[in-house]
Design a protein around this ligand. Structure first.
Ligand code: PLP
Length: 391
């Protein structure tokens, strides 16, 4: 192992050398079923032939020019995403944190344009929005912020899934411009809010003229059984951020906006060198094509129900399991104690999972799983959880 990497990650002792669909192989030839998909990135699984072909063609034609010029594929991608999400305009960047940075800057500019000199954004406890200074400040996890003070000003924090504390701020605070919220928390432990939570936030934003900004970086691109998780609520946000599965592993993020929010950025107000280059946009356009052609949104819904039912049948009566929950292929099993070792136990058993918020086993498998592969994940993970809890 090289000593020349910064020591900011705790890495598992395995390196994968090859992938195909939901499968990964390590250097010794051992095969794993990938139930985490690069943390919600590889929705189409690994080495998807149609994506590989598109990337090859694009790389052999043109990878990058500059946002100084028109970029045809970027316009096509903006058209596709805006049509899918009922949004008006898109800005492209290279990661989730950058997409949220764009949203935060957009909200502040929106405030200033209305004469609010110290615009504030409401954010949630237990949220995750990224690791840049503004996004780690927006993140509701002290561990992620500790040591990076001074943090960025202009955020107000409230409990997740608590409409009344937002109502309270609406009555007392004069400088709020936006709410930034995840439809389901990802890193925060796969928490599903009340079914009408987003609808209530939408209503308050409408009443107050605030922007409803949804971080769909983990929940978007079909994962929850709709193209975007807020489609379960039948609402439209003012701003939505995407990244993760958008490029299936080719780095790309997007900040989409609608109505007044889509008018905020003017030439010179924001930018990115790589953002929305031809290769990244070709990847994302191909991802959208494949999701549509292979009906993967419907598939995520079907598989999600199947896996949730399977996990509940095997684990609901298991002492130490608190809840089995999820929407589509975003699933969490909460146990009554810290369970990080389960990541390695499942790895040994040939299934890749992740543990978040200390005691939640999280599954974010690719949308291209077969029924049988989904069942294998359910069985293996349930077995490992049972063993872990009843040693
Ligand atoms: C992963 C994630 C981010 C950050 O994305 P990066 O690409 O790691 O910067 C932000 N918000 C949510 C909800 C995420 O899951």
């Amino acid at each position: 192992m090289s000593d020349h990497l910064m020591q900011n990650y705790t890495r598992l002792p395995v390196a994968f050398t090859k992938g195909e669909g939901p499968w990964l192989w390590d250097g010794a030839g051992k095969k794993y079923l990938d139930a985490i998909g690069g943390i919600a990135v590889c929705g189409l699984g690994h080495a998807h032939p149609q994506l590989a072909q598109a990337l090859y063609e694009q790389a052999s034609t043109l990878i990058h020019t500059s946002n100084v010029y028109q970029i045809n594929l970027q316009e096509q991608l903006a058209d596709r995403l805006c049509a899918l999400a009922s949004m008006d305009r898109a800005f492209f960047c290279n990661s989730g944190a950058e997409a949220n940075e764009a949203a935060i800057k957009l909200a502040r500019l929106y405030g200033h344009q209305q004469g609010i000199t110290l615009p504030h954004i409401i954010v949630m406890e237990g949220s995750f929005h990224g690791r840049t200074l503004a996004t780690l400040t927006a993140t509701g996890n002290r561990k992620i912020q500790a040591g990076f003070e001074p943090l960025v000003q202009g955020f107000l924090r409230v409990p997740y899934d608590d409409v009344s504390s937002v109502e309270h701020i609406a009555k007392t605070h004069k400088e709020v411009v936006a709410i930034l919220v995840e439809p389901i928390t990802g890193e925060g432990g796969v928490r599903l809010p009340a079914p009408d939570y987003l609808n209530q936030l939408r209503r308050i934003c409408d009443e107050k003229g605030w922007l409803l900004m949804l971080d769909e970086i983990q929940t978007g691109m079909g994962r929850t059984g709709h193209w975007f998780a807020h489609h379960h609520n039948g609402i439209v946000p003012d701003v939505m951020t995407l990244a993760k599965a958008l490029g299936n592993g080719v780095p790309i993020g997007a900040c989409l906006a609608r109505g007044k929010a889509a008018q905020v950025f003017k030439p010179g107000t924001h930018g990115s060198t790589f953002g929305g280059n031809l290769l990244a946009c070709r990847a994302a356009l191909t991802v959208v094509d494949i999701i549509e052609q292979q009906h993967l949104v419907e598939r995520a819904k079907f598989l999600g129900t199947r896996m949730l039912n399977g996990l509940q049948a095997l684990l609901d009566n298991c002492a130490g399991v608190k809840t089995v929950r999820g929407q589509g292929l975003m699933l969490g099993i909460e146990v009554d104690r810290p369970c990080k070792p389960l990541v390695e136990h499942c790895l040994e058993a040939g299934v890749l999972v992740n543990v978040t918020a200390d005691n939640v086993v999280r599954l974010l498998p690719p949308l291209i799983l077969s029924d049988q592969e989904a069942d294998t994940i359910v069985r293996t993970v349930s077995d490992q959880i049972r063993c872990f809890l009843h040693r």
